[in-house]
Ligand binder design. Sequence first.
Ligand SMILES: [Cu+2]
Length: 132
Amino acid sequence: MNRRWIKILALLMTLVPVMGQAAPVRARLDDNGLQRVKIVAGSYFFQPDHIIVKVGVPVVLEVDTEAGIIPHSLVIWSPRMGIDVNERLATTSIIRFTPRATGQVPFYCEEKLIFFRSHQDRGMTGVLQVVE
Ligand SMILES: [Cu+2]
């Protein structure tokens, strides 16, 4: 391998972590006191994949799902935080809950075709962070 290729490879490797982790997105508080977050769901990702909301304030997730034949879902489950979301995603889905405790909980798509890796394993996952 010549020196030029080594330089190109080194450059690519510095880019990989940057591409993998987008900045966390904070929910926007609307005039009705609702915390709103827009999410895009697709094969196989959620964007953003790190969402920050405040505890005790109702959350409205507006999930837009990429067109296609592959079904997707959204699961967020934390009894401690009072969150129990399990939705089949339509083209646009509105999901509401109010987090009752601070902390972090993963969210993911639970779709899986038999003999194939789950969408979660393919990267359809993220983190919901609940803060004071
Ligand atoms: Cu999925």
